[in-house]
Design a protein around this ligand. Structure first.
Ligand code: HEM
Length: 152
């Protein structure tokens, strides 16, 4: 049986022609390639936004925990001194509750979304419709949790 053949022409190319003296990143820049995955090519969606916020709130909690721990170690006053200082500001009840809500929100959000993540880890709620419905439910829960903390 005759095998199909096609003509191949060869061209001698010098190494200098094929290997430009540029890095991977320089080549991408020259060719106008975007880094992949490039955030700006995606439309904002609930899924990605909630995920980014989980990372952001995790970071905020980390900074808060380290700040409180180190603060307690290096401060010459105890917590009651700072409570008295805040009381001295004579803020209205509403302002105080609003400030407490802002401070509590990363904890409320990260806890609610953390539980959502842990449920995913058991293999549940992974269909795209469920990812969205648990997302909305989680946002509502995070507000309720943070409001409870702020009202304590
Ligand atoms: C002070 C308390 C906490 C701190 C400082 C903290 C911090 C963090 C940080 C920095 C991350 C990594 C985020 C990322 O890189 O995307 C993370 C992830 C995570 N956190 Fe927390 N967290 C805290 C409390 C909690 C709680 C109470 C829960 C659960 C109820 C939780 C559940 C999770 C889960 C499930 C992940 C992994 C999410 C994933 O798979 O991408 N965390 N946390």
């Amino acid at each position: 049986m005759a095998s199909a053949s096609r003509p191949v022409s060869m061209k001698v190319v010098s190494v200098a022609e094929t290997q430009k003296d540029e890095s991977f990143f320089e080549k991408n820049e020259r060719l106008g390639r975007k880094l992949s995955p490039h955030l700006t090519i995606y439309q904002p969606q609930l899924t990605s936004m909630l995920s980014i916020c989980h990372r952001g709130t995790g970071l905020a909690l980390g900074v808060g925990v380290w700040g409180l721990g180190l603060g307690a170690l290096i401060s010459s006053h105890d917590i009651s001194h700072y409570v008295t200082m805040v009381e001295g500001l004579q803020l209205s009840g509403a302002t105080l509750t609003a400030l407490k809500f802002i401070i509590a929100y990363p904890a409320g959000y990260h806890t609610a979304n953390g539980i959502r993540h842990l449920l995913w880890d058991t293999g549940r709620f992974l269909k795209i419709k469920e990812v969205y419905s648990t997302g909305y439910a989680m946002v509502a829960t995070s507000f309720v949790l943070s409001a409870i903390l702020a009202l304590l």
